[in-house]
Design a protein around this ligand. Sequence first.
Ligand code: NOJ
Length: 591
Amino acid sequence: MSERDIERRWWKEAVVYQIYPRSFNDSDGDGIGDIPGIVEKVEYLDDLGVDVVWLCPVYDSPNADNGYDIRDYRAIMDEFGTMADWETLLDELHARDIKLIMDLVVNHTSDEHEWFVRSRVEEEGYEDFYWWREGRDADEVSWSAKEGPEGEAPPNAWKSFFGGPAWAYDDGREEWYLHLFDVKQPDLNWENPRVRDEVFDMMEWWFDKGIDGFRMDVINLVSKPDGLPNDPEDPFGGAMSQSTNGPRIHEFLSEMSERVLDDEYLTVGEMLGPEMPMAHARRYLDPDEDGLSMLFHFEHMLLDRGDAIWERGEWALSDLKAVFNRWDEGLEEVGWNSLYLNNHDQPRMVSRFGNDGEYRRESAKLLGTLLHTLRGTPYIYQGEELGMTNYPFDSLDEFRDVDTLNPLRNAIADGDVESFDAVKEVVRANSRDNARTPVQWSSDPNAGFTDGEPWIPVNPNYEEVNIESERRDDDSVWHYYRDLISLRSEYDVVVYGEYDPLFPDDDTVWVYTRTLTGEESDEQLLVALNFSDDEVAVGLSEVVTSDHATLLIGNYGDGGDGDAGADAEGELAAGDLHLRPWEARVYHHER
Ligand code: NOJ
């Protein structure tokens, strides 16, 4: 292990907790979570033991995409409170040694942002803040836009990630503007140095207010290639393949790094794309290049997905392992991994990768064990710490998300999908709204989230799955998460140990070691996870044996089952390790 690999950083040792404010806690009864609601729960976060909060957008926004369409970067959304409330939140977190990172959404703004309002009328200095283009002759293309002028097609064949063309026609300017996401989210033109100046000034403004870093929304899309070429191989006509990791991306990000970032900040870039070339990833994270702390890739999130929200693929454990193994190896000595299995854009992990029925508790703990014992920084998404599950959506009225509703409505209108019922099961499993139902605080009405009418339905299982009952029960997912979090500060090997996967092709168990050797320590973890409803035996005799290993943590809460190759005290002997359904065990030994 090189010197650099073991370079200590506070954010490598941290656990991040992600808050989606709209669904976290409502303090004023309007059915929408808010900042004072988060302040009420700071003590809760401290009890859980997390080190950092990542706050999804709380800026002023018309909410076409729940705050990812920003109207004013320096103001707080009315529904969420005031800047004074935000300052209170920062102070309360900092008073407990919890850091705060904000969401930076600068690939696009809202169409109601003053820059766009000015650009729309070609006000001097703002003409090129966004991507404006002339349309094409509709005869040149095989399809035409529904909203453009007669006989005119959008400038290219790019499709929005939220459905429909990636271009909208502006009647005033008589040109089309690019929006990779919703029509109300026009893409900023980073080619224009004034755009970059404005973005960097705004970042500086928030750093001056005392924040500890940024999560950067779809940041690898900000450089688009000259001529915006089409790509027939891309399901989005080129929007995805041409915009991701574009020609000037490293120039833009290293400029950002030089002008406004600091080593001590936590920066994590969300990076879209079906597969991230490792050479790009290393440049994003190399301290001598773009210098981000971490990135979020999507490779594991796409394993069970098709191109559309009503399509589904099969995932195998060996594929999931292969993604994590590739990233651990790929970033070695240069970068650091982020570890997540769900967030506000993904279904709940226990429903997706675990068993949210009979083994909900065991599998939620097992997935947590994985995230907290791989090499990287774990990100907990609100509600994950109690094993919250997907919502049993039954009709289109229950969804709120543009990314579910837009593509589905378009497809039904175009006849590509017969009806919602025809694709219900799959949409239900895939929708981002699964993550956005309110946090289940208690068995009180609306799960204790609000005294009013919640903006999105509460999962009906809240009477059974809620924080209050989890905290009362020592054997709960919540208590287990708390133990996992605290392991990080107790054992260096959990943070810095080298990761070595065993049995990479096995589709039932995930087994690996983490090893830390150095002047001060020589210790190892053995992690064994059974991803199935059946008992399995893992043949360990050839790989690891130790007569003085202790069971550090296990999700059956009983220190081993006697004949499992590890006795009640957790001694790990040569032979088979028997794992019960969804059992997770982590052994530790000094060598
Ligand atoms: C990624 C965000 O996480 C998602 O919620 C949002 O819809 C898109 N970027 C567009 O900002």
